[in-house]
Design a protein around this ligand. Structure first.
Ligand SMILES: Cc1cc2nc3c(=O)[nH]c(=O)nc-3n(C[C@H](O)[C@H](O)[C@H](O)COP(=O)(O)OP(=O)(O)OC[C@H]3O[C@@H](n4cnc5c(N)ncnc54)[C@H](O)[C@@H]3O)c2cc1C
Length: 418
């Protein structure tokens, strides 16, 4: 859906290049976009008539297995990061696909398979190196520039270009993971079960429901999960999910975490994506019936619906401890339009918009910043930063008073009274 023509793309290989880019863009008054993994649904990695600071060649990662730390460059994709940390039997929370970039994902929060046990990706961040709008390279951590460190953990790309991330890692062996799928006509019953099941979800279980068309052409209501604790316990925990009736597919098995991360990569093909998302306020029977109804008449095989469960360690962090505010929201809801050609865009977008409108009574005003699309409006952006918005405004005024970094889900700089 994104078609933009930058004036210049700078393929950076280190922090010095990024500093040069920021200074150059300031001197020439060029708009700037920042590309990490290039996975932004809003297309914010690329801009019209400006400078793209492209970090995709910056892929060094160094794992310290003794202190269980990883120092990672911003061009790494999740699969590249996990491959290196898993070589030492370690991992941290990132997302649920191997092809997303660690940079944008972490700066927006980072929802992933391991979040119930280890919190969001940003909760595992120990420090960043960041080039700010005045061209300085700062370190932000609990000790150095702690206000900036607060802001980069959920404030997205608003405060500068991160050139290095330091993460806390955790031991992780093979996990029990997969997907169980039932015919889409059973969505009302499966979703009701999912709601009860999710309410008792242990920390070790990463859990989501998806209504989608499998590569074999079957349209299903599925539950995907990753159990990252003792495997025998995992078998017991997953059993109720797998014995709801007669599944059309049960793909649960013990697997390497790096394979779990690739499990649904097939879905994310670079076609036309048009999404809307919010946290759910209600998950009563009426909500579930509307979801099931729209899922049944999705406009293309690529389109789908997702429900991610946010629980455990994520919710034990206070909402103002980092810039990611949505700790109390239990379900993240996604309407995922995807189609092959522009010709299908009108039908596809109508489905998303009608669905969105029917869901209004059940949605909170909050939205995960990394699931916002292009141009959704100021209210939605404020909803993404939620109760932390005012503090983020003050931080933006301190670190980026001219709103130099604005091609993002933008916190508009304001002058704050002293
Ligand atoms: C198919 C698909 C699946 C997804 N699955 C998940 C998931 O499981 N969990 C989840 O949490 N999210 C998920 N996302 C959302 C994902 O977190 C965002 O798309 C995120 O922006 C991806 O980061 P990126 O570096 O690849 O993006 P990019 O497009 O490169 O960057 C997006 C924005 O992030 C900022 N940014 C990127 N790098 C830097 C940097 N180094 N310094 C400062 N700012 C930077 C910029 O503002 C940029 O515009 C998914 C998205 C898609 C399309």
């Amino acid at each position: 859906m994104i078609d933009r023509r930058p004036a210049l793309i700078a393929r950076c290989v280190g922090a010095a290049d990024v500093i040069s880019c920021v200074r150059f863009a300031r001197e020439h008054d060029l708009p700037v976009s920042v590309r990490g993994g290039g996975h932004s649904i809003a297309g914010n990695a690329v801009c019209d008539d400006g400078l793209v600071i492209d970090l995709s060649r910056m892929k060094t990662i160094r794992v310290d297995p003794v202190r269980r730390l990883a120092r990672a460059d911003p061009g790494l994709l999740l699969g590249e990061f996990d491959r290196e940390t898993q070589a030492f039997g370690l991992a941290t929370t990132l997302g649920t696909l191997s092809i997303t970039g660690i940079a944008g994902l972490t700066l927006g929060g980072g929802l992933g398979w391991l979040m119930g046990k280890h919190g969001l990706a940003c909760d595992n961040l120990l420090s960043v190196d960041i080039v700010t709008a005045d061209g300085r390279l700062l370190t932000a951590s609990a000790e150095e520039n702690p206000d900036l460190f607060w802001g980069v953990r959920g404030g997205s790309g608003n405060f500068g270009v991160v050139t290095s991330f330091e993460y806390q890692l955790h031991p992780l062996g093979p996990v029990l993971a997969g997907l169980v799928a039932y015919p889409i006509q059973q969505a009302p019953q499966v979703l009701r079960f999912f709601r009860e099941y999710a309410a008792t979800c242990p920390d070790e279980l990463g859990l989501m429901s998806a209504m989608l068309t499998l590569p074999d052409g079957n349209t299903v209501v599925g539950v995907a999960a990753c159990y990252s604790g003792d495997l025998e316990t995992g078998e017991r925990v997953l059993r109720p999910l797998r014995s709801l009736g007669s599944p059309v597919a049960d793909l649960f098995q013990t697997m390497r975490y790096t394979d779990v991360q690739k499990m649904i990569d097939w879905w994310a093909v670079p076609e036309h994506h048009y999404w809307k998302s919010s946290f759910l306020r209600e998950m009563d029977d009426t909500t579930l019936d509307i979801i099931a109804d729209f899922a049944l008449r999705k406009p293309s095989p690529g389109s789908g619906v997702g429900l991610e469960v946010i629980h455990g360690a994520v919710r034990r962090v206070p909402p103002d401890a980092t810039a990611f505010a949505h700790r109390d929201s239990r379900y993240n809801f996604l309407m995922l339009g995807r189609w092959e050609s522009r010709a299908l865009a009108e039908t596809g977008m109508s489905w998303v918009r009608e669905f969105w409108s029917a869901m209004q009574p059940f949605l909170s005003t909050g939205v995960y910043v990394n699931y916002l699309s292009d141009n959704e409006g100021e209210d939605r952006v404020q909803g993404a930063y939620g109760s932390n918005y005012d503090r983020l405004l003050q931080l933006k005024a301190k670190y980026d008073p001219t709103n130099f970094f604005r091609i993002n889900q933008n916190i508009r700089a304001i002058k704050v009274a002293a």
